[in-house]
Design a protein around this ligand. Structure first.
Ligand SMILES: Cc1ncc(COP(=O)(O)O)c(C=O)c1O
Length: 387
């Protein structure tokens, strides 16, 4: 049975051409550390790492490669930012569509006197202009930051970063964005959006390997974030305290260099193909899927039913069935890989009215084909008839 992978929101597969070969080349032919040894390979490796920071600057229209910090993923980046920035007595605002990568560390700090307010999204997972206008009513004297995902990982709805970013800047509040579901799908301009810190993960839309991600911080926010992890950086070895210079301040310990090499290859692929082309193909597949799924009476589309301001993630509820059973049957009988349940975003599901039963999530990549989409629709019909 030929398998069809539709779980790209969890992690993309296949990865960009050249990623596996580049990681393998690093491990088999280079393999050294950086900032430690004074030999050619170490310098060449440093160049690739710096070039990767520059590629990320190009991706997010940012102008300070030294303020691009590597971590494992968005989860680690958000933990560093949240725990390094927020103090007892601070107040923050989040959207109701946030992933647990943001919700859990924030809720942990609630026990230590952090105040958290939630800006409720509507039934489509969106923030209408009215809801954006309600933001000022949530602001307090101690409001330090707004955290917001660029797009929901449950239903693909994008949030109005431009409006929120403008509001934050006008009110001298930090704006911190989770780009897990939009990086590689849409262009983002940190300066234009007034984003102070942006967290990214390499293994989803960026088409790189797992275990490499990071964050970009501007000059406004960087001095306010204390490092969460301290240790050897290869630099300033005479110091027994963490260096304050960037990116060393946040990059203690040996980096995931094979991962950075893989991400470097993935970013070059994205720029070669063009993010616009990738988005066009994904939305084309989504449109086909959406049109056909609406013909199935027992399938309920969750979130937006148009292509405006959304990614290619789509969630379906099968009210007459157990969503987990539908997802399982699609895999067992037809080799179709989806993800059912709450997708690490219980708050988002509460907003969408799908808590606690969740949905079946289908998430496309530009490597998927029309033929696959049509086969998936056919298999959904057949699976529902056997349940
Ligand atoms: C919106 C969003 N934020 C954060 C994450 C966490 O990403 P990672 O597991 O790479 O840290 C995910 C992953 O599903 C996500 O969809």
């Amino acid at each position: 049975m030929k398998e069809i992978y539709l779980d790209n929101a969890a992690t993309s597969y296949p990865k960009a051409p050249g990623v596996a070969e580049t990681v393998s080349h690093f491990l088999s032919s280079i393999g050294c550390n950086v900032n430690r040894g004074a030999y050619t390979k170490a310098y060449q490796t440093e160049e690739v790492i710096y070039e990767t920071r520059e590629l990320l600057c190009r991706l997010f229209r940012f102008d300070k490669p030294e303020n691009v910090v590597f971590t494992k993923n968005v989860t680690e980046s958000m933990n560093v930012i949240i725990k390094g920035l927020l103090k007892s007595g601070d107040h923050v605002i989040v959207s109701s569509m946030e992933h647990n990568a943001v919700m859990r560390p924030l809720n942990n700090l609630r026990a230590r006197n952090l105040e958290v307010d939630i800006l409720e999204c509507n039934k489509e997972g969106a923030l209408s202009p009215d809801q954006v206008e309600s933001l000022p009513s949530l602001i307090q004297a101690n409001t330090k930051a707004v955290f917001m995902t660029a797009a929901s990982n449950v239903c693909g709805t994008m949030l109005p970063l431009k409006e929120i970013g403008h509001f934050c800047r006008m009110n001298n509040i930090f704006f911190i964005v989770d780009s897990a579901q939009t990086a590689g799908f849409t262009e983002m301009d940190m300066n234009w959006l007034n984003v102070d810190a942006l967290a990214f993960t390499g293994h989803k839309g960026l088409l790189g390997p797992q275990g490499i991600g990071g964050f970009l911080v501007n000059k406004r926010i960087e001095p306010s974030i204390e490092p969460l992890i301290e240790g050897g950086t290869g630099s300033f070895s005479e110091l027994e305290t963490q260096p304050a210079c960037m990116p060393d301040k946040f990059e203690a310990g040996t980096l995931n260099i094979p991962g950075i090499f893989g991400l470097n290859a993935a970013l070059k692929y994205l720029f070669k193909v063009g993010i616009d082309k990738i988005r066009e193909q994904e939305l084309h597949l989504l449109n086909l899927f959406m049109t056909r799924i609406l013909e199935i009476p027992s399938a309920q589309l969750i979130g937006k039913s148009d292509l405006q301001d959304r990614t290619s993630i789509i969630s379906i509820n099968f009210p007459k069935h157990d969503n987990a059973e539908v997802s399982y049957l699609l895999y067992k009988e037809h080799g179709i890989m989806t993800r059912s349940g709450l997708h690490c975003a219980p708050s988002g599901h509460k907003t969408l009215g799908t808590f606690p039963h969740g949905t079946v999530r289908f998430s496309f990549s530009h490597f998927n084909t029309e033929e696959e989409v049509l086969k998936v629709i056919d298999c959904i019909w057949r699976s529902l008839n056997t349940l």
